[in-house]
Design a protein around this ligand. Structure first.
Ligand code: PLP
Ligand code: COI
Length: 338
C-alpha cells in the first residue's frame, strides 16, 4: 500500500481496496456483492444521470486507543437514507441491509482506518441511485446501493479553528417545500455556484437563508448551523435544512452539559446577540465560525476576535470526539463497536 501520512490527511478521495454493492432488480434487493472496481457500468438513460434520482449518506468510523473500530450512529444514517428515498421515489433500502453493507465495507478496508493518534477517521459514503433506463420523467425500476470508504482529515483545512462564512442573498439552496430536508444530490449541485463564489471571496462556506422570505437562518452548504448565548444552544428550525445527526447529537450533549437547547426560527439580525457560532456535520464535525458577513447588506457579525474557538464550542467538540473515539462513555448507544 502506498504510504499514507495519517496526520496530514485532508477531506479528499483516496482509493481503498473494496466497495460493497447491492442491486434492486425484478422487485427485490439482491445479496451484498464485493467489488474492487471504482467504476459503475450503467445504462446511459439511467434516471440518476438525467433526473437526479440519487441520494447519499455520510458517516464515519474511528479507531480507538483500544484498537477497536467504532461507527457513529449507523442506525440514524440508515433511516435518513430511507427518508431521502421516499422523497424522490426511490426504492427504500432496509435498515439492516444498510448496516450490514456499511460494516462489511469498513471491515474489508480495515487497514485504511486511521490510527487513534492521527485524529483522522474513515469516511463512509453510502449512495443509492436509480439505474433503470427512462426517457420520460419517471422513477426507475432498478436501483444500485453502494458503499465506499476513504480515510479523511478535517473538512475545512484549518480543522478546529474558526473560519468565516458569508450570506449571499441572490442564491438559494433549496425551496421551502422542496428537497432541502433530504440528502439528495440536487441540493449539492444547487449549492456549487454560490459555494465557489464564497471561496473566491475567502469564505469557507455559504450560510443560506430561508428561500421564501430571506429573513431566517437555514444552514451552510455542507453542514448545519448553531449558536451559543450564555447557557443556550440555539439552532434553526426549518423545513429546508437537512436533519443533521451531528446536530442532534450535540443537542443531547449540550443538554447533558446543563444547557438549554432551543430549535426555532432565527432571524438574521439576531446573529448580533450571540457569543459563539459553529457549523456541524459528519465531515465538518464542529467548525467554529469566526464571523458571518452578510455580503449584500454589508453587515458583519463577529464571534471570534482572537482566532480561537469559543469555550462552549470547545467543550462540545471534545465531548463529541471523545464519544466517537471511545474515550468517553457511550451512554446512549450511539456507537457500533466492530
Ligand atoms: N447539512 C447538510 C446540507 C449536509 O450535507 C450535512 C452533511 O451530512 C449536514 C447538514 C450534517 O449532517 P450530519 O451531521 O448528519 O452529517
Ligand atoms: C457529510 O458531512 O457527511 C456530508 O455529506 C457533507 C459534505 C461532504 C457533502
Amino acid at each position: 500500500m502506498e504510504t499514507i501520512n495519517w496526520s496530514d490527511l485532508s477531506f479528499s478521495y483516496i482509493p481503498t481496496d473494496y466497495n460493497v454493492r447491492c442491486y434492486w432488480r425484478n422487485g427485490e434487493w439482491g445479496e451484498l456483492e464485493v467489488s474492487s472496481s471504482e467504476y459503475i457500468p450503467m445504462h446511459m438513460a439511467a434516471t440518476c444521470l438525467h433526473y437526479g434520482q440519487e441520494a447519499f449518506e455520510g458517516l464515519k468510523a474511528f479507531k480507538g486507543k483500544d484498537g477497536k473500530i467504532r461507527i457513529f450512529r449507523l442506525d440514524e444514517n440508515a433511516k435518513r437514507l430511507q427518508s431521502s428515498c421516499d422523497s424522490i421515489l426511490m426504492q427504500r433500502l432496509p435498515v439492516e441491509k444498510f448496516k450490514e453493507a456499511v460494516i462489511k465495507a469498513v471491515k474489508l478496508n480495515e487497514r485504511f482506518v486511521p490510527p487513534y493518534e492521527s485524529g483522522a477517521s474513515l469516511y463512509i459514503r453510502p449512495l443509492l441511485v436509480g439505474t433503470g433506463a427512462r426517457v420520460g420523467v419517471n422513477p426507475a425500476d432498478e436501483y444500485l446501493f453502494l458503499v465506499f470508504v476513504t480515510p479523511v482529515g478535517p473538512y475545512f483545512k484549518t480543522g478546529f479553528k474558526p473560519t468565516d462564512v458569508c450570506i449571499l442573498r441572490e442564491f438559494d439552496r433549496a425551496a421551502p417545500q422542496g428537497t432541502g430536508n433530504v440528502k439528495v444530490g440536487g441540493n449539492y449541485a444547487a449549492s456549487l455556484r454560490s459555494g465557489a463564489i464564497a471561496h473566491e471571496k475567502g469564505y469557507t462556506a455559504v450560510l443560506f437563508l430561508d428561500s421564501k422570505e430571506k429573513k431566517y437562518l437555514d444552514e451552510c452548504g455542507p453542514a448545519n448551523f448553531f449558536l451559543i448565548k450564555g447557557n443556550q444552544y440555539v439552532t434553526p428550525a426549518s423545513n429546508s435544512i437537512l436533519p443533521s445527526i451531528t446536530n442532534k447529537s450535540l443537542m443531547q450533549i449540550a443538554e447533558d452539559m446543563g444547557m438549554e437547547v432551543v430549535r426555532r426560527r432565527i432571524e438574521v439580525d439576531e446573529l448580533a446577540h450571540f457569543e459563539e457560532a459553529g457549523e456541524c456535520g459528519t465531515a465538518a464535525v464542529i467548525s467554529p465560525v469566526g464571523k458571518v458577513d452578510d455580503i449584500d447588506t454589508g453587515k458583519s457579525y463577529v464571534f471570534s476576535k482572537d482566532g480561537q474557538p469559543g469555550k462552549v464550542c470547545e467543550q462540545l467538540y471534545k465531548t463529541l470526539r471523545g464519544i466517537q473515539y471511545g474515550d468517553i462513555e457511550d451512554k446512549y448507544g450511539w456507537v457500533t463497536v466492530l
